[in-house]
Write a protein that binds this ligand. Sequence first.
Ligand code: PLP
Length: 432
Amino acid sequence: MTCKSVQTINTLLEQDKQHVWHPYSITQSDTSIYPVKSAQGVTITLMDGTTLIDGMSSWWSAVHGYNHPILNQAIEQQLHKMAHIMFGGLTHQPAIELAQKLVDITPEPLQTVFFSDSGSVAVEVAMKMAIQYWHTKNQTQKKRLLTIRHGYHGDTFGAMSVSDPDNGMHSLFNNTLIKQLFAEAPNCGFYEVCTAEDIAPLASQLKTHHQEIAAIILEPIVQGAGGMRFYSPMYLYQVRELCNKYNVLLILDEIATGFGRTGKLFACEHANIAPDILCLGKALTGGYMTLAATLATNEIANSIRHGEPGIFMHGPTFMANPLACATALASVKLLLESPWQGRVKNIASLLQQGLSPCQQYKHVKEVRVLGAIGVIELHQVINLKSLQPKFVAAGVWVRPFNKLIYLMPPFIITDQELDRLIRAVVKIVNEM
Ligand SMILES: *Cc1c(COP(=O)(O)O)cnc(C)c1O
């Protein structure tokens, strides 16, 4: 490090502090922040030359690691054709091929694809589709959403309205949100039996309110940012049955769980069920670009097509961005051609072995692993300000929140890299 480059870094950091907002932060914040120079495979290189093993996949998304030659090629080739073109009245091969691919790999009833810019918007689109569907059926009273607690569906107003109202990050806005219906989340873990007690709260809300409910929205099997909770596939299966019984649509938000993270390509496969509407995002482009998709059944698409006003009332400016679609198509193909099942299984067993010693520590409440997700839940809220620099000093990138330290590395991580990541985390948790 020359004097000059240290100076450059300090100037940049000062400007960042003055002018740039980061996720769930304020400008001028005094918590540490690290400028990244580049990223390659599972290695993040900071501007000062420090290298970190990535334990986050940039929040579920970089499943193939960074700077992948095949994804680079896909985006470069598309760039020389067109970076973007409006999607109203025009269409293009990357969007069509990606839509076809998504229809092929998701549960059979899902046949139509709406592209949008981010996960939150995909959720807004799903909610609007459900409401508009019932509108076309002359059931305009069916406009509320039912969900379970501890959910997280995004940061926009509709998505906030179905995220956990208390433990979530949005309680400040509660008074301005649409009032949706909430049921207690199930307590059955992934490997446990779902009892009558687990399903009763949701069943009772449905029984009372089904006439005004457009859809149930859930994160299948793994509740992510609302608490990294895993629940039984039996629960999900019963939710599907209840939706059928009460004539309510099922929206599954697989923005976090999609594309192999839980050990199945889509988490709903654990329960062998299909939703009426499915939201995808995060790993869709392998973490390269922001892109999301909302898939719906023909029944929903046709009802909206043939109902009043005959069109779906949503259309983002950057809908189906060609660079993003081309990259997503390459990413999905790359995933399907890779031995991802074996990789995820291997990550799961190394996480299980490696993290389980933490179970003995007094300040640890629970260690749980599902697919390529490892969670250490503590009894108390973590002091990020003191903990974050320790992870960086240990050469790993881990970003805890609330009471949770969690790992979800890129699928391409080697055993040695994963071992280093796990050892660093276990040592730091031990010393807390
Ligand atoms: C991240 C996430 C979202 C929101 O996606 P953004 O791209 O951040 O808008 C929605 N639902 C789930 C389950 C998520 O994990």
